[in-house]
Design a protein around this ligand. Structure first.
Ligand SMILES: Cc1ncc(COP(=O)(O)O)c(C=O)c1O
Length: 389
């Protein structure tokens, strides 16, 4: 069978070797600290689960939904007002089966073959996949230590900016943990206006932000609504990753275009999920805040712990991840991850899996309680692996 050339755009699964070894070590009874997966270990709130289960008890709710219920669109608008102070209307909202799916299709919505798009590196891998599936040619803007792991538009050449169709920005950023500032967002809006570029902001981590900072929406920036759309996911804020509850919010023309594409391939979100999303969006938010505090305690346990054993790294400022330069002058992130798993029983994600600028780093996920994280750090300290520069 000759498969499509499109499939050749994607490399082989680089985690296979790591997973295989993990299973073997677990079978030997080794203690493993898995800090690689990006799935929260917290539970969704009771009222969200109840809404889902009540709706699932009604057979009518098992039919094709075919559309986003008006009450769901209204709930997203209400949430944007309550959480971010922003007025939006239902024509500015479309659901997707997770931001992953929405981003995965956005290139097909916006690009023709060969169009240039601006993507961060390192980045969440579907930014690349979704652009390539749309036939676009990514131009990678690096998130470097020198610029606080933030987009630095002054370094994007004029000729590249002129032909770019869209720019994906995602702050707080996975995997690097940097967070945006009003000044940076204003600079991005000005850049987008000057070169007629659509900014696609992926806001998956607006509720996981530390040290007293407040996570906002891209639309808190004056002029952002003219130049942007935002992926708004319930996955991490409400611990509903498996339910695939996300939305694209913003410019009505882009929203309508995404809806048009998705209506060719999807019959709508399962109605009990729509009800669960409404419950999350309209319900109490105290657990979201408490959880942010817990992520911060985990961040502190990890970063302080690693520093105490001599591994120099900056504090992550947001997201459920910490980005760490590989110590000991080493650069091969895959080899380092294998060694860390073998000798310390700690599993982290190789930076290379986030694009070319990820090499030389690893990503820790804050998915264990602080005491387990301290144990993991101790295991690293006792492993004999060089953790100093
Ligand atoms: C930056 C970023 N965007 C989107 C997602 C996925 O969101 P969803 O569950 O809505 O597909 C993730 C998940 O790890 C992420 O890190």
């Amino acid at each position: 069978m000759q498969f499509s050339k499109r499939l050749d755009l994607f490399g082989d699964e680089i985690f296979a070797a790591l997973n295989e070894r993990k299973v073997a070590l677990e079978a030997q009874g080794r203690t493993i600290y898995n800090l690689s997966v990006g799935t929260p270990d917290f539970a969704p709130a009771e009222h969200i689960r109840k809404a889902m289960m009540d709706a699932a008890a009604d057979p009518q709710n098992w039919k094709y939904s075919l559309r986003d219920l008006p009450e769901l669109l209204d709930a997203v608008c209400g949430y944007y007002k309550r959480r971010f102070g922003i007025e939006i209307t239902p024509d500015q909202v479309a659901s997707c089966a997770g931001s992953q799916e929405g981003v995965g299709h956005i290139g097909m919505v916006l690009c023709d073959e060969g169009d240039t798009v601006l993507l961060p590196t390192p980045c969440y891998p579907v930014f690349i996949a979704g652009s390539l599936l749309g036939g676009a040619k990514p131009w990678y803007y690096p998130l470097t230590k020198e610029h606080g792991f933030l987009p630095y538009v002054k370094d994007i050449p004029e000729d590249v900016a002129r032909k770019a169709k869209y720019m994906i920005v995602s702050l707080p950023a996975n995997p690097v943990g940097s967070v945006g500032t009003p000044e940076l967002y204003a600079e991005l809006v000005a850049f987008a206006k000057k070169y007629d570029i659509l900014i696609i902001h992926d806001n998956a981590y607006s509720d996981i932000i530390f040290d007293g900072a407040v996570g906002n929406s891209f639309f808190n920036t004056p002029g952002a609504m003219d130049v942007g759309v935002e992926f708004f996911s319930l996955s991490k804020s409400f611990n509903v990753t498996g339910a695939r509850l996300s939305f694209l919010v913003g410019r009505p023309d882009v929203i309508a275009a995404l809806r048009k594409l998705r209506s060719q391939i999807d019959f709508g979100m399962f109605l009990p999920l729509q009800k669960a999303a409404v419950a999350a969006l309209e319900g109490p938010l105290d657990s979201v805040k408490e959880q942010c505090q817990m992520y911060e305690e985990r961040r502190d346990a990890l970063c302080q712990g690693l520093r105490d054993i001599g591994w120099e790294l900056p504090n992550g400022k947001g997201t459920m991840f910490v980005w760490a330069k590989i110590p000991g002058g080493r650069t091969d992130s895959m080899a380092f991850c294998m060694e860390l798993m073998e000798k310390a029983g700690v599993i982290v994600t190789p930076g290379a899996s986030f694009g070319p600028h990820g090499e030389g780093y690893v990503r820790f996920a804050l998915v264990l309680p602080p005491e387990k994280i301290r144990e993991a750090v101790e295991a690293i300290g006792n492993s004999g692996i060089t953790v100093t520069k």
